[in-house]
Design a protein around this ligand. Sequence first.
Ligand code: MTE
Ligand code: LUZ
Ligand code: MOS
Length: 756
Amino acid sequence: MQVNDSELHAQGASTFTDDIPTPQGTLHAFPVVSTVAHGRILNIKLDAATAYPGVVRILSARDIPGINNIGNIEAEEVLLAEQAVMYQGQPIALVIAETETIARQAAALVEIGYQELPAVFDARTAHAQGLHIMPPRIFSLGDTDKAWQDCDYIVEGSAGSGAQEHVYLETQTALAYPLENNGLKLFSATQSPGLVQRACARVLNCPMHRVEVDVLRLGGGFGGKEEQATLWAALAALGAVKTKKPVKIKLNRDEDMRLTGKRHPYDADFKIGLDQCGKILAYQVEFFQNAGALADLSPAILERTLFHTSNSYYIPNVRATANSCRTHLPPNTAFRGFGGPQAMFILESAIFKAAQAMHLDPAVIQQKNLLKDGDYFPYGMTAQQCMAESSWQALQSRYLIQDRQHAIDAYNARHPLSKKALALMPICFGISFTATFLNQADALVHIYTDGSVSVSMGAVEMGQGVKEKIRKIAALTFAIDEARVKVESTNTTRIANMSPTAASVGADLNGAATLLACTQILQNLKTLAAKLLADDAKPEHITLKQEKVYLNGEATDIEWGKLISQAYLSRTPLSAHAHYASPGLFFDRSREQGKPFAYHVYGCASVEVTVDCLRGIYSIDRVSIVHDAGKSLAPMIDRGQIEGGVVQGLGWMTMEEIIYDQQGRLKTDNLTRYKIPDFYFAPEIEIEFLADEESPAVMQSKAVGEPPFMYGIGAYFALIKAIQAFNPNWQADFCAPMTPEKVLSALYEKNESPFN
Ligand code: MTE
Ligand code: LUZ
Ligand code: MOS
């Protein structure tokens, strides 16, 4: 019987790329990487490494049969650096050896001569030097220049957030088998099998149909394998083709942390104008995205930052300028929220700062400016079935937020050395790939003669439960037991041109395609059943319920197994393929206007913290959430997605701090230096679902993968409120993360300590 991934995980019975048995003679590859952040390659000395026992071959850019380019959005990513290196950790050569250990040891023996060039690591410096990935983009609504004169309060400032490491449990891995006729089969831990296939075909100079990419599941991706699994897969592919042997590549944790990109750090300057009541009249912001050395997905991430400039608020005059700044760090990449969280943190900082200037609680400003139906987003889309206000209200009443605030005030009055605070965080996240063409998916469904069902589709399972949702959709459509349905590995030979599993739309798009394919077969089955049951019966008189055929609502003696064998014997098609494309999407980049999203997901959270004002340590006590998940396909999964997303967001805002040294080498390259939330740090999380039965997504469900991440932003503001309860003169700098070290120094910041 087919079981869900969670059961296999619990039994330790699930297979990851590294668990796939390797054939005898499989070789192991390891890259030689740049040890300088920016430089010209003068020479490469391979002698010592080549002579090392067990080394089979060392490949460099010259060995690439096709184009030395794995770039997706921009064609600037080389597979192996040739003349220049742009970041520490950039692959220059590939050692292929009999064992993993030998490959690593030999890679360390390769000597590379560099002419070092000046390197830049922060976005504002890069911006000042004119180092950009692309020209700036500007979204605007109304007329900010004119609006300032109507404002009673105008507050300016800057804010920014740091990088974040994905810490997927499974590190980057790929295994490539050479096949006959120059073909290749690749097992890659990627969110984008289609991209891997395309990049490998380009590098190998072969048609895409020769490269089969297969993904059974990932041990997490979180965006870190949307674009950045391609490099490792292409290296393994190159190795397999050049040696004609299976080649495996796999990074250790510290290597993975050093060699791959992270969430983009952002800096920003803002100016916000409000009237006396706290209504925001104008918001102007300039974003500086730290893209790292190469484009990767930075342009798309920058675009999503712009789309989320005003979060779940209606601001009549907005001007947002976004700069993607090129630095000499590993290319930063997709990470849950994809530039949205960065924009939302900056707006919350502006609101907080304005609230302080106006002696208001930020919640007053937040509430006053929530989006309503019919309001415009700065990109021209109208808010529909907007739940910004209803989720805010539901949060207040469901969790008695006012009472909690009173309790916190009373606690703070009684505790001189311990302070609590609560912050609210509304969210609004646009659902669809912002690149409209990516919003399509395919599914291929087979029913075998024993009545068991096989579903292939383009989504990659990475712990988010997409296969369980797809399985549900197929089982519900056929009215059969889920145990009959198997969701297959994600494979480029069965499903062509699949989009990455990203943007939270894995289940939306592939679920819709699955529904279409199943419905096609179901129609055939109903036609057949009508024919079998009565001369005058029509397909529309037939229904299926609990593995049984019903005619005009009456049970018949045809059950699923019999129906399928009859279908086979009567030569009725039992396979179908379907394509789905989200309707109605368009975006005009020349005007920065359109309808980029199928819908928005809304919700609101309250985050409560306690700060120990002697030690600077803190706890996140409770996160209470009202979240719009539509009519959930799998409530347990959605709950898990919300909890996981929130904790990841809390980590980004609090303890997760990425530090590079002066040479651009990652210092926080292991999990003792880079702290992530654990079971003990995770707060109590309360979740209430707001059901929106009008959801345009498959079976009235809604995407859930990324939006909850942004509830975590509330933690930063709760912490600075708690600090101010102790040290009222301290001013926040709105630089996340708010690590315990920073909290401690804020509590006792010189000259402003309450003990002076
Ligand atoms: N949940 C788990 N357990 N592991 C993951 O890697 N990735 C997140 C989210 N939830 C992720 C996860 C990200 S970044 C996205 S875009 C979505 O899942 C992708 O899956 P979906 O589109 O099927 O929701
Ligand atoms: N990936 C992408 C994404 O290519 N386009 C997107 O809009 C997106 N959004 C969120 C996460 N990944
Ligand atoms: Mo998620 S950042 O879209 O992989």
